[in-house]
Design a protein around this ligand. Sequence first.
Ligand code: CP
Length: 335
Amino acid sequence: MHDSSSATMSHGLAGPVLSAVGAPVRATARRHLLSIDDLYDAELDRIVRRGAEFADGRCDDERPLRDLVVGVLFRETSTRTRTAFAVGALRLGAQLVSYGAADLQENTGETVADTGRVLSRMLDVLVARTAGPEEELRAYAAQERMAVVNAMSAGEHPTQALTDLTTLLRHFGRLAGLRVLYVGEGNNTASALALALSRYPGTELHLRTPRGYGVQPQYLERAADHAARAGSTVEQRHTMERLPEVDVVYTTRWQTTGTTKPDPHWREVFAPYRVDSAVMTANPGAVFMHDLPAHRGEEVTAEVLDGPRSLAFDQAENKYHSARAVLEWCAGAAR
Ligand code: CP
């Protein structure tokens, strides 16, 4: 990790924000979280650790977002992320406005940028799942009052990566040096994990993805830059032969939310990438992680998902703890 001094820099949002003690703080305190790469190393690490603090009940101010209003806009289905941010905002003292896929005038042709400008006059933070390109979220963010959180776009799922790192930190007590085997589709969860884990020295991320379904090159290139700087490793192969020894085996649903696969035979391509007891037996010291939702018998067997080495449901709970850390940071209420 490096660049701790730059972590004090703001991302330039203006607007009145209340500090944890109710006094005005600097007008540039609000910050967007659209990509893991919006965070300096120290900011990333702070949010990850703060998520663990929330999980352990270590929070000095119970309501740092009091007097703020958080909007939660989900154009795609969600169980964990939507609930985590909604409950997180309420628990931190904010008021909540919730929008579903058909609620806004975007459906009648209003632009995303105009929607963002209008919402920013009334909301302090917008948590949005578009499942479209990141540019849509950047259009919401093209205003100076409201922080925008990416709750999953087509390319990246940054709040999942923050949850995952908090889960790893809580389980292992450290992040440096951890070795992760990621098996399955190289989707937005995988790209965010690559961008985040590669910031930590000595970590290894081994991606085993079906050919044609790997992590997109632009994310691998950015992760490789982080890895070169941090002394970590990110590598992708399209085979399940010669799996490395790791601390964590991670998989994800084969049908990523909001996507379809044009190849009618895609299940045959994915079949070798199922995480079963053989994969776990080859890694006797490893825990299992899954971002959920899961399809038992598809990307993972029930024996593994529901087995004693699975952290998947702790990981789901950690989304709530991590969401509070994200909201606190984006609202400018983090200490
Ligand atoms: N992992 C995840 O993002 O879950 P949801 O789609 O239920 O929010």
